[in-house]
Design a protein around this ligand. Structure first.
Ligand SMILES: NC(=O)c1ccc[n+]([C@@H]2O[C@H](COP(=O)([O-])OP(=O)(O)OC[C@H]3O[C@@H](n4cnc5c(N)ncnc54)[C@H](O)[C@@H]3O)[C@@H](O)[C@H]2O)c1
Ligand SMILES: N[C@@H](CCO)C(=O)O
Ligand code: NA
Length: 462
């Protein structure tokens, strides 16, 4: 059958059209440049896979004079609003809430399908976008928003749609994994490693989003919502970043057979669902401990499927563009042949529990006076709070050699005049709630024999 001359316009899903699918790209930074490159270089393959050519009708940028390798300057425009009105398919790779949200809504209202990599926006206001797309009968795809190149959104939404997902656990932020890995293997400090991640194109425009766990929390909210068919708002995702992780934490992790990782965990229990992001000690023998650089890895546990592991590049221009292009092909095929991708599924509407209810093991490191009865005092506090000890290890610690530690040791320690015998206690607990552990640690810190609570880290994956 000969292709008609007219291009598919607006929400035309009649399957009769075979003209080019008009594609607008919004944003031409790390990801956008690679999206344009792939759209250009893979033009013939993409046309064959879609069933019609993909025609780039424009690339919206802030500054048309900035050099962009491999992007035809004639395509650049600063008028994103006019551009979306001329497209059948809009790729949003600007990031952030505005103007991305308004442009996506404008595109949807004009009948265009949308592909976005914007987890911040989806986690903050996904339901508005999903509802608009569903009402307009267009696709909204976002594989690149979670774990970059790794197919994860599609498997959770589609491949596992017949199963019951119980848990999602993994590393979903490439920047923080890169940083923690560089601290562990190269001895770099946090800020140097973050600067490297920025240069390599892994980090968000504001890398605080990575370091403070906002990026991972957004991904956890998206994953939990998809996995449990329940809206899990970003505000209910417990979030701790890696800013407080020290070289000392990383070194002690290694000494105790662990690696520090920033984990995102979404769980379903009989009571409801929860999502949390925090650094955790992972046993060196666990597969997640072997995830280096900006790689991501996610375990999905489903009732019938059992445990599945997804691994690959979670950040970077080309890997992220790969996920964007996969979505572009799906959405463009629907423009050409008819059909729609999955819509938001929230029918289960399970209670979203505070993550403080989650049970985890902890490792608590303390500087204590090395004298009889100290261990008994510390153990008594744990017992009083119902926190059960799994293991205790003691190591000599020359705390008096560290002036900062002397200051923190407080007047009591100074009065004792003590170059004293100090020890480092590493206590691993059995599973406890956040609330029980926090109360325990506060009480331990009050003991005269405890000069410093050095760190409290969760232990996962054992
Ligand atoms: N970089 C990655 O590894 C990665 C991975 C997965 C997802 N993402 C997501 O992809 C999106 C883009 O990320 P990035 O790393 O390419 O960011 P980037 O900062 O490199 O690129 C964004 C571009 O958008 C431009 N822009 C800003 N406002 C604009 C406007 N009003 N009109 C047109 N252009 C505008 C900026 O000038 C910039 O060039 C974000 O949502 C990000 O979270 C990035
Ligand atoms: N800044 C993000 C990009 C991928 O979403 C990361 O480091 O993982
Ligand atoms: Na992905």
């Amino acid at each position: 059958m000969a292709a008609p001359d007219s291009a598919p316009h607006g929400a035309a899903h009649d399957g009769a059209t075979r003209g080019p699918v008009r594609v607008a790209v919004l944003g031409c930074g790390v990801v956008g440049t690679q999206v344009v490159r792939l759209l250009t270089q893979q033009r013939d393959d993409l046309a064959a896979r879609v069933g019609a050519p993909l025609e780039i009708v424009g690339v919206a940028v802030r500054d048309v004079t900035a050099p962009r390798a491999g992007v035809d300057p004639a395509l650049l425009t600063t008028d994103a609003e006019a551009l979306v009105a001329r497209a059948d398919l809009v790729i949003e790779v600007i990031g952030g809430l505005e103007p991305a949200r308004s442009l996506i809504l404008r595109a949807i209202a004009a009948g265009a399908s949308v592909v976005t990599a914007n987890k911040a926006l989806l986690a903050a206001d996904g339901p508005t976008l999903y509802a608009a797309a569903e009402a307009a009968g267009v696709d909204l795809y976002f594989e690149a928003a979670v774990a970059g190149a790794i197919p994860l959104v599609r498997p959770v939404r589609e491949s596992l749609a017949g199963d019951r997902i119980l848990r999602v656990l993994g590393i979903v932020n490439g920047t923080t994994n890169y940083v923690l890995d560089q601290m562990a293997t190269e001895g770099l400090d946090l800020s140097t490693a973050v600067a490297q991640a920025q240069q390599l194109g892994f980090a968000e425009a504001d890398p605080t989003a990575d370091v403070e766990g906002f990026d991972a929390a957004a991904k956890a909210a998206i994953l939990a919502s998809l996995a449990f068919h329940t809206r899990v708002p970003l505000e209910l995702v417990h979030r701790e970043g890696i800013a407080a992780i020290t070289a000392d934490d990383v070194a002690w992790a290694a000494r105790t057979g662990h690696v520090v990782k920033l984990l995102a965990i979404a769980e379903r229990t009989d009571e409801g669902v929860s999502a949390r992001v925090h650094p955790a000690l992972v046993p060196a023998s666990h597969p997640l401990a072997g995830v280096h650089g900006a790689f991501n890895a996610v375990f999905v546990e489903a009732e019938a499927a059992g445990e599945l592991m997804f691994y690959g590049r979670g950040a970077g221009g080309a890997p992220t563009a790969s996920a964007v292009l996969g979505d572009v092909v799906s959405a463009a095929r629907h423009r050409v042949h008819g059909g729609l991708g999955p819509v938001e599924s929230t029918y289960a509407d399970l209670p979203v529990l505070p993550a403080s209810a989650a049970l985890t093991r902890y490792q608590v490191r303390l500087d204590v006076a090395d004298r009889p009865g100290v261990l008994a005092q510390v153990s008594a506090v744990l017992a009083e709070h119902g926190v059960s000890i799994e293991a205790v290890r003691q190591a000599p610690q020359l705390v008096a050699a560290d002036p900062a530690a002397d200051r923190e040791a407080g007047p009591g320690a100074a009065a004792s005049g003590a170059p004293a015998s100090l020890a480092h206690l590493i206590i691993t607990t059995h599973a406890a709630t956040d609330a029980a552990l926090s109360a325990t640690v506060a009480a331990i810190a009050e003991l005269d024999s405890v000069t410093r609570v050095v760190s409290v880290l969760r232990v996962e994956g054992a």
